[in-house]
Design a protein around this ligand. Structure first.
Ligand code: GN1
Ligand code: MG
Length: 370
């Protein structure tokens, strides 16, 4: 991040309509794309925390459109009387962001206190509540009126496109890293059918989150229930299955994405059951039969896709995901492929859980009607 010192952060904060003076800041290391800083401001003898974020405009080419989406989404959720969202603090000019003299876009929000946010869930109830919160998020946005949200990244979950990009990058091998990739090439080729297993064109276009990593939902420290879905940069028209898939990918992994000991990577079936229950409790009235049919494939597709994205970035010389050491994107890719292998062994089980849990909810619905 270019802007790190206290003085610069204090200067940025002064552009927002927020009371108080800058006291301190702490970098939040989560997130592979944007930069996040937690700042403390003092006002009338009390200290309040805020989240300040620099939008990565190499990745999000049009931060203005992105912030319009952000504002529409949060206001829509609030208009339903729900607190389950973020609140943007406008700039002193009345904008949704502050554009600094280096061309960086910043946004600011009150920091949500009293919540948990995990990379690996502590128990299955946490997984259940997280899935319910992401499901409720999709349902809450299903009646957003007006123009469609603007895609902030085109083709964001177009698995075939990521595959083609991987192939091109591999052929060019511009930074001479292909030699490090080993059997992964064969592993990827063997599973190419995953690129087209979700019939996206035949499924409803919904407003979805698109980045439903477990740490993108905050749960109440006391009740364990969902408080807010966060990181709304990729909320745009898309496919509900990708949200379900990414949540399974991050929640049903015994270790987090940055693990380097591959022997520890394992798909957790009990967590999967909790995710299915939580997600369907929130969405069973909304989802179509075709979506239900695709649910079990989605975690495999999303895990495969992210493995390819990490590997492609490694082969390109790390242009997209932030890294702290040169082999990190290769290591990240290996974790995803190992997880995918473990998921494949539970494929039958995944189908079974989804069909049982779906049936329970459908039967309940029809017995209420009759
Ligand atoms: C990126 O920055 P973060 O962690 O919210 C990426 C996601 C990946 C994720 C993997 C815009 O999200 O798609 O799943 O890393 N976001 C973007 O950790 O590419
Ligand atoms: Mg994100």
């Amino acid at each position: 991040m270019n802007t790190t010192n206290d003085q610069e952060v204090a200067q940025i904060v002064r552009h927002f309509s927020v009371p108080g003076v800058f006291v301190s800041k702490k970098k939040n290391e989560k997130g592979n794309v944007n930069d996040t800083i937690v700042v403390e401001l003092s006002n009338e003898n009390s200290i309040k925390r805020y989240t300040l974020q620099r939008i990565n405009h190499q990745v999000f080419k049009n931060p203005r459109d992105l912030m319009d989406n952000y504002s529409r989404v949060t206001r829509h959720i609030q208009s339903k009387g729900s607190q389950e969202t973020l609140t943007l603090i406008p700039s002193k000019n009345g904008d949704l962001f502050h554009l600094d003299h280096n061309g960086n876009y910043w946004r600011m929000m009150p920091y949500i206190e009293g919540v948990h946010c995990f990379d690996v869930p502590p128990d299955t109830n946490y997984a259940y509540q997280a899935a319910k919160a992401f499901g409720r998020f999709q349902v809450a946005l299903s009646d957003l009126k007006g123009n469609p949200l603007i895609p902030t990244i085109q083709n964001f979950h177009n698995t075939s496109m990521y595959y083609s990009e991987y192939e091109k990058t591999r052929e060019l091998d511009l930074v001479n890293r292909l030699k490090e990739v080993g059997d992964l090439q064969e592993f990827i080729l063997k599973r190419k059918s995953l690129c087209s297993i979700i019939p996206v064109d035949q499924l409803p276009v919904r407003i979805v989150h698109n980045d439903t990593k477990l740490n993108n939902v905050l749960l109440d420290e006391k009740t364990g229930e969902g408080v807010s879905v966060i990181d709304l940069d990729t909320v745009m028209p898309g496919c509900a299955l990708h949200d379900f898939g990414d949540l399974v990918r991050t929640t049903c992994n015994s270790v987090d994405e940055e693990e380097i000991d591959l022997t520890k990577v394992k798909f957790l079936t009990d967590y999967f059951e909790s995710i299915v229950r939580g997600y369907l409790d929130a969405t069973h009235e909304m989802l179509t039969g075709a979506e239900i049919d695709g649910l079990a494939s989605a975690p495999l597709v999303i895990t495969y896709e992210l493995g390819i994205r990490f590997l492609t970035d490694y082969l390109k010389g790390d242009q997209y995901f932030k890294i702290t050491h040169p082999t990190q994107n290769l290591e990240r890719a290996k974790v995803q492929f190992k997880l995918l292998e473990s998921m494949e062994k539970s494929r039958e089980f995944m189908n079974e859980v989804i069909s049982v849990e779906w049936k329970v909810r459908s039967d309940r619905k029809s017995s209420v009607r009759t």
